[in-house]
Design a protein around this ligand. Structure first.
Ligand code: ZN
Length: 144
């Protein structure tokens, strides 16, 4: 059993606000990843300064919601109360080749994953949560 769509979990912009454009992007139906405006390096997680050129001109760009499984984990213990009756579920680390290979953590909509599987993302909008979440599904075609 996977974590069902509509499950509200605590999420949203961090107090420092560096990731706010990411969350706003999800609200607007787009996955946005931080990128340095000077050296064009993709960054994740969001930060204030580019670790490559030490510049401060950082922005966010929309990217297609496709990726591959870099790693995955099936959770059997309900570490989050919101998931207590929904374990086991599968979490994935998704690598985005179209964004410099940055890796995001997400939930899989499904029970099985393998390293290298191709994924397509979608944005879940829990009815009882303020912020939407990206989720991922395996696509046809097998490993990338
Ligand atoms: Zn830079």
């Amino acid at each position: 059993m996977s974590a069902p769509a509509g499950t509200a979990i605590p999420c949203g912009p961090a107090p420092d606000g560096h990731d706010a454009p990411y969350w706003e992007g999800l609200r607007e139906g787009e996955l946005r990843v931080q990128r340095c405006s000077d050296c064009r390096t993709w960054l994740w997680g969001p930060r204030r300064m580019c670790p490559n050129c030490h510049g401060f001109r950082l922005g966010f760009e929309g990217v297609p919601m496709t990726g591959t499984v870099y790693s995955w984990c099936r959770t059997h213990h309900p570490y989050m109360a919101e998931y207590a009756d929904r374990v086991p579920y599968v979490s994935v680390v998704v690598e985005l080749p179209q964004a410099g290979g940055v890796r995001l953590l997400g939930l899989l909509d499904g029970d099985e994953a393998a390293i290298g599987d191709r994924l397509a993302g979608f944005i879940e909008r829990p009815s009882d949560a303020a912020w939407p979440l990206p989720r991922w599904r395996r696509t046809e075609g097998g490993p990338a």
